[in-house]
Ligand binder design. Structure first.
Ligand SMILES: NC(=O)c1ccc[n+]([C@@H]2O[C@H](COP(=O)([O-])OP(=O)(O)OC[C@H]3O[C@@H](n4cnc5c(N)ncnc54)[C@H](OP(=O)(O)O)[C@@H]3O)[C@@H](O)[C@H]2O)c1
Length: 284
């Protein structure tokens, strides 16, 4: 499958293999309090973001839903213009996956999620099978428009292929120049599964790296903008988190320049398998 070309604007969408589209750029709200979430989601929508990434685990689905509704009311924006993702916290049974999804929808005050992800592969093969069946049925019933996974390793993606079940549209994994997960990226790209980069700023751990700084200088951009643009040019969906209004805005100003293929190669060479948060892609 060809790697998608980066979209041209903040609202630009990529095609997913189920026929739906996802904005390539969005706001992540991990480790935000309810008030921070409300304020940041509202502000991000005001400056043009149309994609919000939350999860049951982040305990801020309610604030995301409330901010989205208030923004829609104030601006006349239609819900279909905004893309909201949440994630299943724990893999247990078919029934509990359905129940947890409905709980997330209720907290968010939504009748559907644009995307619902299995947050990790933890739980074992049989449990994963049951949970995925629940998500497939939830999609059929209209509770979610698209379904995907997160933190799934290559062997977990291979399970879907072997079982001949519908493939996830997305695999959300930690992806940035210092963590490139080549094996996972390859199996996803070969099968038309979009990669979504969590921690696209390496969770602020490499902002002083000289290579990224020098590429940033060349483009009169900051280091965060270079890391995010790198993700876009690789065809990844990127969802940086910030609680600062000025950084929420500057992180989105990455559609007016291009990193040369030479500089992309230099950034590609920085992979050091940097683990910035949890690392569960190899679980049984
Ligand atoms: N599926 C998963 O398992 C998983 C795991 C982790 C994250 N995620 C998702 O991915 C999203 C992004 O990942 P993340 O939040 O872990 O990390 P990230 O976006 O890579 O980095 C966030 C960090 O960078 C700082 N930052 C943001 N913009 C900046 C800028 N322009 N200049 C300097 N510092 C900046 C933030 O601080 P300030 O807030 O102070 O700006 C924060 O400390 C999450 O919010 C979540 O939605 C998913």
């Amino acid at each position: 499958m060809p790697i998608p070309k980066p979209v041209a604007s903040l609202t630009g969408r990529l095609q997913m293999l189920d026929g739906q589209q996802i904005p390539q750029f969005g706001l992540g709200v991990y480790e935000m309090s309810a008030q921070e979430t409300y304020d940041c989601v509202k502000y991000a929508l005001q400056v043009g973001y149309r994609h919000i990434d939350t999860a049951e685990r982040y305990e801020n689905e309610e604030a995301c839903g409330r901010a989205i509704r208030d923004f829609m009311k104030e601006t006349g924006t239609h819900r279909s213009e905004i893309f909201l993702t949440s994630k299943l916290k724990i893999n247990r049974t078919y029934e509990l996956a359905m129940q947890d999804l409905r709980g997330s929808l209720k907290r968010a005050g939504e009748t559907y999620f644009d995307l619902y992800l299995v947050h990790s592969a933890v739980g074992g093969r049989e449990v994963r099978k049951k949970v995925w069946k629940a998500l497939c049925d939830a999609k059929e019933e209209g509770w979610v428009h698209s379904i995907g996974v997160s933190n799934f390793g290559a062997k977990h993606i291979q399970e879907f292929i072997d079982q001949k079940v519908p493939l996830p549209t997305i695999n959300q994994i930690d992806l940035h120049p210092f963590m490139r997960h080549p094996e996972i990226v390859k199996i996803c790209e070969d099968n038309g599964i979009l990669l979504e980069a969590w921690g696209p700023l390496a969770r602020a751990m490499r902002f002083n790296h000289k290579t990224v700084k020098s590429v940033a200088q060349k483009h009169s951009k900051d280091v965060a903008q270079i890391m995010l643009r790198w993700g876009l040019q690789h065809g990844f969906v990127v969802i940086p988190k910030s609680v600062s209004p000025s950084r929420i805005k500057s992180n989105s100003e990455i559609f007016d320049f291009e990193i040369s293929s030479e500089d992309m190669k230099e950034l590609d060479a920085l992979d050091e398998h940097l683990v910035t948060d949890w690392d569960v892609v190899d679980v049984e």
